[in-house]
Write a protein that binds this ligand. Structure first.
Ligand code: SAM
Length: 398
């Protein structure tokens, strides 16, 4: 892969000669070329910036040196059929957000040219012009502003080149990494010694039982992802793009209101005013929020839907294989809109690994709810015990 970097601070790229990228360059896998943008200036001060049209703070990078840089680095004719065009990467906080998928995409290119901005950025015409001659990607490292594009270019390079065949000594190490195909964060890793400052390596990792180790690692990866990055685990969004998000402790008050609204209806439908959920206090809601994996939907700032799930403890105190689903609540004015079905689908999708069945209860007379659950693949289980006035439904996880 050929890599060109254009910057007014070429020294930033010295680290590319180190470590694995350095080795890959030495072996010919990478052809790294660093360029000082000022090479393509012609005045005594080697000027690359000027004041912005329309006024405002700061300076903008002038187009002429960039144009000459592209003349030197990009072919001046369209790529013949079957040959790929170079890709010019403009590092910019207003670009598409860089992630592992984008790293994979860039790793498939033969030639990347990184254009590193400084000051308030590069004259827009440079980007437009580059588009006429190459594939252009405007890429942001994240939602923050750096002083220049060099650090972003280095970070992007490192994520891309390690995906090239032959770059890593052991390509298998790419498979289980965070943000790899599974979409999970990586499980915690340990090495020798087995005990260190009172901390032990989990016994399962020393058991030699490969199946158990694999199961433990998967479980840990799911748990870690659920705790730290639930957005990765559950990209659930409603048809209109509204996300289903994990409830926060501060949602307790609104959940109580929603719960009362929903359970009054449930109680009336079932002729049962002693449904426990109807009589819960704010403290009760706070307590179960801490114990259940609870998800909510907001529309125009209003909490309009919620659902919760919890793994049922097994008899031996270990995590059981049942995922208990409850409190599927939809604001009265949105009932029948499909929101309940979306919440039900979501809470099944976020059940942890190892769960083999789902279980839920509903009012024996709540015909509409029962219909929805049956449509979603749940079976009415009259053979299983249920609280008074309620029925149990179960479904096997696929
Ligand atoms: N005025 C620009 C804006 O608000 O979008 C920010 C300019 S920034 C100070 C200077 C240069 O740093 C940018 O042209 C870009 O090359 C680089 N840069 C800053 N933040 C970045 C980010 N999050 N990702 C990629 N490059 C970034």
């Amino acid at each position: 892969m050929r890599l060109d970097y254009v910057s007014i601070f070429p020294d930033f790229f010295a680290p590319l000669a180190l470590s694995l990228p350095g080795k890959a360059a030495a072996s010919g896998l990478l052809d790294v070329r660093v360029h000082d943008l000022r090479t393509w200036t012609h005045d005594r001060h080697r000027t690359v910036d000027d004041s912005p049209y329309g006024g405002g703070a700061g300076m903008v990078m002038r187009p002429e040196p960039w144009g000459e840089a592209f003349d030197a680095l990009l072919p001046d004719r369209p790529a013949p059929p079957g040959e790929s065009r170079p890709t010019v990467v403009f590092t910019t906080p207003s670009g598409e957000r860089f992630d592992q998928r984008l790293a994979e995409e860039l790793a498939s290119r033969d030639h990347l040219v990184f254009a590193c901005g400084r000051y308030e950025g590069i004259d827009q015409r440079v980007v437009d012009h580059a588009r006429e001659r190459a594939e252009v990607r405007e890429i942001s490292l994240g939602d923050y502003v750096l002083n220049g594009g060099e650090v972003a270019a280095l970070a992007i390079t490192e994520a891309v080149v390690r995906l090239l065949p032959g770059f890593m000594g052991n390509a298998a190490s790419l498979v289980e990494e965070s943000h790899a195909e599974s979409g999970l964060l990586e499980y915690p890793v340990y090495t020798k010694p087995p005990q260190w400052r009172g901390h032990e390596v989990p016994a399962v990792l020393r058991s030699g039982d490969h199946a158990k180790i694999a199961a433990w690692r998967h479980e840990q990866a799911v748990r870690r992802t659920a705790e730290r990055r639930p957005d990765l685990l559950t990209p659930s969004v409603l048809d209109d793009g509204t996300p289903i998000v994990r409830a926060a402790p501060g949602d307790a008050g609104e959940l109580l209101t929603l719960q009362r609204a929903c359970w009054v209806q449930e109680a009336l439908a079932n002729d049962m005013l002693d449904i426990p959920a109807l009589h819960e206090s704010l403290d009760d809601v706070r307590t179960w929020l801490g114990e259940w994996d609870t998800w909510v939907v907001r529309r125009a700032g209003r909490l309009v839907g919620a659902v919760r799930g919890r793994r049922e403890p097994g008899t031996d105190g270990e995590d059981g294989d049942l995922w208990d689903i409850g409190r599927i609540m939809v604001a009265p004015d949105l009932q029948g809109s499909g929101l309940g079905r979306a919440l039900l689908e979501h809470i099944q999708a976020v059940a942890p690994a190892g769960v083999t069945s789902y279980v839920l209860f509903t009012g024996a007379a709540s015909v509409r709810n029962q219909q929805m659950y049956k449509k979603a693949g749940f079976r009415l289980r009259r053979d299983l015990p249920a609280p008074p006035g309620a029925v149990v439904l179960t479904k096997r996880r696929r």
